[in-house]
Design a protein around this ligand. Structure first.
Ligand code: GMT
Length: 374
C-alpha cells in the first residue's frame, strides 16, 4: 500500500506512535509518506520506502495566525495526487482530521477518492477537543473520517461519551519495539547515579501539568526517608522550572536530577527500578509501556487507559489521582528485594503483548478493511 501519515513531528506520544508505525509499515514493504511541518523525531535515516513531505506556510503580514490547516490540506492534496496514495492516516484529531476532510473534498473534485483514517490519541478528546469552540469541529471531523481508531478502550468510551460520534471506533493499542526497548547492561550508569546502591525512580514526559510531576516529587520526598533512593526526571516542558523549585524547596538536593530531553531513553530505563506516572489523565501511557519493556514496574494513577496497561498488583500498582500516601506505600512494597524481581518479570511479560509485531498487523488489517468498504 501507499500510505500517507500525518502527525505532530515532536517528542509527544502521538508523534512517536505515528513515526514508529510508519517505520514498521515501510519495513513490511509499504510505501510511507510522512506529511508534517518538520522532520519527525526518530526519522533521521534513509529508507527506500519512506518519504517526507514538509508543510510550508508562506508568511504574510496579514496573518496573525499562519493558516496551517489550509497549508496542510493543500500538501495532502498534492501528495495524494502525485504520489498516488491509497490511504491517509492522520494522528491526533486537531487539526489533522479537519485538514484531511478538506483535502478529501478537494480531491473528490479531481475524481480521486482517498480514504481517511483518524487515530485519536488522548488530549485531542479529553482536554483540547472538549473546548467548546473546537468540539463541533472535532465531532464533524471524526464522523467524516472513513475509519477511526483509539489507543485504548477507555479513550473509545470517552469519545462516545463526549462527542456525538456515529462512527464505529476500533481500538488498536499503542505498541513498543522490544528490540529497542530492552534492559541493557548499563551498570556503570547506575553506579554513577546511585553510588550507594540506592533504588532509582524514573519519570519521562513533556512536563505538562496533566503529568502531575509535583506528585512525583512529593512521593519521592516521603519514599526516600524510608528507602534510600534517587529520582531521575527526563524530558522538558512548561512545568520544569516550577518542579526544580519545588525540589529545592523540599531540600531534595542531589537526590533529584533533571536531565532534560533524551533520545536514548532505553538506556536510562535499563537502570531504573521503578517508573512513576501519576497523571491526571492518560489515554494510554506510552512512556510507561516503554519502561515495562525494560523490566521496570510502574506506579501510576488509575485514570484513562492506564488500568489497561498497568495491571494492579502484577506489573505495578494503580492509585487515585493525587493519592500520594498510597503511591508511597505501593512504591515501598515493590522496591522490597523480595518483591522487585517478580514485578520486573511481570512488567516485561505484559509489555510483550504490546510488541510492535503484534500491533502493526492490526493497523494493516484495518487499512485493508477500510479500503474494501470504499
Ligand atoms: O500526553 C502526552 O505526553 C502527549 C500526548 C500526545 O498526544 O502526543 O500523548 C497522548 O498520546 C500518547 C500516544 O498515544 C498516549 O500514550 C498518552 O497517554 C496520551 N496522553 C494523554 O492522554 C494525556
Amino acid at each position: 500500500m501507499k500510505i500517507g501519515i500525518v502527525c505532530y513531528p515532536t517528542f509527544g506520544g502521538s508523534g512517536v506512535v505515528a513515526t514508529e508505525l510508519g517505520k514498521a509499515l515501510a519495513k513490511n514493504g509499504h510505501e510511507v509518506h510522512f506529511i508534517t511541518y518538520t522532520q519527525p523525531a526518530r526519522l533521521d535515516f534513509f529508507n527506500e520506502n519512506i518519504f517526507y513531505h514538509e508543510v510550508n506556510i508562506a508568511s504574510y503580514p496579514l496573518f496573525q495566525y499562519p493558516p496551517y490547516e489550509s497549508a496542510l490540506a493543500g500538501k495532502m492534496v498534492d501528495v495524494v495526487k502525485y504520489e498516488e496514495l491509497d490511504i491517509l492516516h492522520v494522528h491526533y484529531a486537531i487539526p489533522h482530521a479537519t485538514s484531511a476532510y478538506l483535502a478529501k473534498q478537494i480531491l473528490r473534485c479531481h475524481g480521486i477518492n482517498i480514504p481517511v483514517i483518524t487515530t485519536l490519541h488522548g488530549t485531542d478528546i479529553t482536554i483540547v477537543g472538549k473546548d467548546s469552540t473546537l468540539a463541533p469541529v472535532v465531532t464533524f471531523s471524526i464522523n467524516e473520517s472513513d475509519g477511526v481508531t483509539t489507543v485504548s478502550a477507555d479513550l473509545q468510551k470517552e469519545t462516545y461519551n463526549t462527542f456525538k460520534v456515529r462512527k464505529e471506533i476500533e481500538v488498536i493499542p499503542n505498541f513498543v519495539d522490544l528490540e529497542r526497548f530492552k534492559r541493557q547492561k548499563k551498570e556503570h550508569f547506575k553506579r554513577i547515579i546511585c553510588p550507594n546502591d540506592e533504588k532509582l525512580l524514573v519519570h519521562t514526559s513533556n512536563f505538562r501539568r496533566v503529568k502531575r510531576i509535583d506528585d512525583i516529587i512529593k512521593v519521592f520526598a516521603k519514599l526516600k526517608t524510608i528507602i534510600p533512593s534517587k529520582l531521575l526526571l527526563v524530558g522538558d516542558g512548561p512545568e520544569r522550572a516550577a518542579m526544580e523549585q519545588l525540589s529545592r524547596d523540599l531540600g531534595l538536593g542531589e537526590d533529584v536530577r533533571f536531565v532534560g530531553k533524551l533520545d536514548a531513553i532505553e538506556e536510562v530505563l535499563s537502570v531504573a527500578d521503578l517508573f512513576l506516572m501519576p497523571s491526571e489523565k492518560e489515554s494510554f501511557g506510552l512512556a510507561a509501556l516503554e519502561a515495562m519493556a525494560c523490566e521496570v514496574p510502574v506506579i501510576s494513577t488509575n485514570t484513562g487507559g492506564l488500568p489497561e496497561l498497568n495491571v494492579h498488583g502484577v506489573t505495578g500498582f494503580l492509585s487515585n489521582v493525587g493519592d500520594i500516601e498510597d503511591m508511597v506505600k505501593n512504591a515501598e512494597y515493590i522496591l522490597q528485594d523480595e518483591n522487585l524481581p517478580r514485578f520486573k518479570a511481570n512488567a516485561l511479560a505484559h509489555a510483550q503483548e504490546f510488541d510492535i509485531s503484534n500491533i502493526v498487523p492490526k493497523y494493516e488489517a484495518y487499512y485493508e478493511r477500510i479500503l474494501k468498504e470504499q
